[in-house]
Design a protein around this ligand. Structure first.
Ligand SMILES: [Zn+2]
Length: 285
């Protein structure tokens, strides 16, 4: 922080002692029917899988009403997840709004929300084998929506580097291959991620974004119910378990497994995808 010449007011401590107010009390958020989702999951059958190579990314599709599971295999590894509406790529995951609604990290029963003007749940977390972690003594927790994604531009800014296996570039290549377009055409689709298995927080003294060694172990998983038809892209971050650094080839990295499961016909009853957001978009004109 820059040196300040402003004087400290006499009531500074009293002002600091004012209690915070939750910006978006989430009692009125629509509650997902986890009981229904879990009962449908019990008889669901696996329909496909994708193994994401270390320091690379891959795309996968999940129909509405199906499930996808991300599992750590072989060694501790974090992943950067992007989601789009498969039928309209303009509707995509909105990390900032998800953070405002659910907090800095998400777990079972919480949702990945989509961008304006759709702004609806895209995916709901139905199982999280790391939900026991909670919030540690440093303020760290798992599966964050505060980081953006590791990218070569920040690396160039801070270190003058040209590194091509950052999650941003991995996701760009995966989308280019999936859509059959150039990296330059695919890059604008890449957006801020859900950091799967990553353990992060903000330091209490300086408010800086920190990462620490992920508690993930092989066999740990995060599973989602697809609320709408999804295209996903997952990058196996070059930071590995993010215990030391990212944006380099120094860390030990492992693959991540994505599996898709289809429920039995009728298992979801009359469940339907959430409606688009109800705001009329007139913006006062
Ligand atoms: Zn990364």
């Amino acid at each position: 922080m820059a040196q300040s010449s402003h004087h400290v007011p006499a009531d500074a401590e009293a002002r600091r002692a004012v209690k915070p107010v939750i910006c978006y009390p989430n009692m009125t958020l629509p509650v997902p029917d986890l009981t229904l989702y879990r009962s449908a999951r019990q008889s669901a059958v696996k329909t496909g899988e994708v193994l994401v190579s270390p320091r690379d990314a891959a795309c996968f599709e999940t129909p509405a009403g199906h499930f996808f599971r991300i599992t750590s295999v072989e060694g501790p590894q974090v992943g950067d997840l992007n989601l789009w509406n498969r039928d309209d790529l303009k509707e995509r995951f909105y990390s900032g709004k998800t953070r405002a609604l659910h907090g800095t990290h998400i777990t079972t029963g919480e949702r990945m929300w989509s961008s304006f003007p759709a702004m609806r749940p895209m995916a709901t977390i139905v199982e999280d084998s790391l939900e026991w972690y909670g919030i540690d003594a440093f303020g760290g927790s798992v599966h964050d929506v505060i980081g953006t994604r590791c990218d070569p531009y920040t690396g160039n800014l801070l270190a003058g580097s040209q590194y091509h296996q950052c999650c941003h570039s991995n996701l760009t290549r995966a989308m280019a291959d999936h859509l059959g377009v150039s990296p330059a055409q695919a890059e604008p689709h890449v957006h801020d991620v859900l950091n799967v298995f990553m353990c992060t927080g903000f330091t209490r003294d300086t408010g800086q974004y920190f990462m620490k060694q992920s508690p993930v172990r092989p066999g740990d998983y995060l599973e989602f119910f697809a609320e709408i038809p999804l295209l996903g892209a997952l990058s196996a971050c070059p930071g590995g378990d993010c215990s030391a650094q990212h944006s380099s080839d120094a860390a030990a990295c492992y693959p991540l497994l994505v599996e898709i499961f289809a429920p039995e016909a009728g298992a979801l009853g009359d469940w339907q995808s959430p409606d688009l957001n109800g705001y009329n978009q007139s913006h006062g004109r």
